[in-house]
Ligand binder design. Structure first.
Ligand code: SF4
Length: 377
């Protein structure tokens, strides 16, 4: 039998850090999914000064400083404020769960809609902590598999505001997008039961008002891959982990103007064309792009095994998806993988075609056993 573990009902932020096995996790939500050069270099310094020297790139395109001590938290917060990386209040930060299609230009529709949504955040009703928005108004949607509850996309005729869980959205003129988002958020708040925290869950029980599901979004575009792009150089972060020193070096040596973040463990060095350093995933066929691993021991107190070094070693030997999880919670991957290894009392369980919380095929494995198991996939 497999039982999916419960997911915490809140998202950490900079104002509201989360305690982990290695200290506080302080999550920075980049405005417009972009940090300028000064902000990137400043954040890298802060990760080294107050954190463990790494930044986590999350599946909501946020950047986390982890390993922060309680004494270091206040000075870190002050430094983030100096870098203009904080919201005006913790309440506004909590509402700013906004995913942004990464390839916008200043003043285009995507940039403009996000700017107006930021201004409208105080007008939103009280929403569950994980409730979020995807502004996906590039030439084709890219964020449809990323977590969001209200999506703004393009249809064949214009813009639509779409409730997650419905294949169709409400057609709206460009100037009515924000008002429609507010209306849909208010409808969600009025209709939901206390334990219905996501739009998709609500829509499994009830229907949208008439006319709110009238137009289909454009077909999804191909997801970006590492390599040169019109916006700059796209690189991958294995396991979503960025070495702060390497990132600062990449910014400096590539003369990048800024950093754009994505929910796909990819980032864009804006304006850069090449990088001689090999600290990041730079080719689409790198197996590390198909491997997931949580921080594991010693960084998380629930883990009894090291995870990322093992995943890095094993990924090179296999063609399918690999997930190495420090425990059965499976934080790094919610979907099934071809091979999942789950830490348990210092050894590993093996699950094939499943999730970390599923019943294992084998138990009590040690790293030396694992290479053969993975290669036999
Ligand atoms: S899966 Fe377990 S060990 Fe890994 S980060 Fe989550 S709680 Fe920690």
């Amino acid at each position: 039998m497999s039982v999916q573990p419960s997911v915490k009902g809140w998202c950490p932020g900079a104002f509201k850090p989360m305690m982990s096995g290695d200290g506080l996790i302080v999550r920075v939500r980049p405005f417009h999914a972009r940090l300028d050069r000064r902000q990137v270099l400043g954040l890298c310094d802060l990760a080294k000064t107050y954190g463990n020297g790494f930044l986590d790139l999350t599946n909501r395109a946020n950047l986390q400083v982890r390993g922060v001590s309680e004494q270091g938290f206040e000075p870190l917060l002050a430094a983030l404020s100096d870098l203009n990386l904080l919201d005006a209040t913790p309440e506004i930060e909590a509402r700013r769960n906004i995913l942004v299609s990464p390839f916008w230009d200043a003043g285009d529709d995507t940039h403009d809609i996000v700017t107006h949504l930021l201004e409208a955040l105080p007008s939103l009703p009280d929403l569950p902590a994980k409730f979020g928005f995807a502004i996906d108004t590039g030439p084709a949607p890219l964020l449809q598999d990323a977590s969001a509850d209200i999506r703004v996309e393009r249809s064949a005729e214009g813009f639509i505001v779409r409730a997650d869980g419905s294949p169709l959205g409400q057609p709206v003129p460009r100037g009515a997008v924000i008002a429609t988002i507010l209306e849909l958020a208010a409808w969600f708040t009025a209709e939901r039961l206390p334990d219905e925290r996501r739009m998709r869950t609500l829509l499994a029980r009830t229907s949208l008002p008439q006319g709110w599901d009238a137009a289909a979004p454009l077909a999804a575009g191909p997801l970006p891959v590492p390599g040169p792009h019109a916006a700059g150089l796209i690189l991958g972060a294995a396991f979503g982990q960025l070495d702060a020193s390497a990132l600062a070096r990449a910014m400096e040596t590539s003369s990048a103007r800024a950093l754009r973040v994505t929910p796909w463990r990819l980032f864009v060095l804006e304006g850069a064309s090449a990088l001689t350093d090999a600290d990041f995933v730079s080719t689409p066929d790198d197996p590390l792009l198909h491997a997931d691993a949580c921080p594991g021991a010693p960084f998380c107190e629930s883990a009894s095994v090291e995870t990322r070094g093992l995943a890095q070693a094993l990924a090179q030997g296999m063609s399918g998806t690999l997930h190495v999880s420090g425990c059965a919670k499976g934080c790094a991957r919610r979907q099934p993988a071809d091979v999942t290894l789950v830490g348990k009392a210092g050894r590993f369980d093996l699950v094939r075609q499943g999730c970390a919380w599923d019943a294992p095929e084998k138990s009590g494995l040690v790293p030396n056993d694992l290479l053969a198991e993975v290669k036999s996939h």
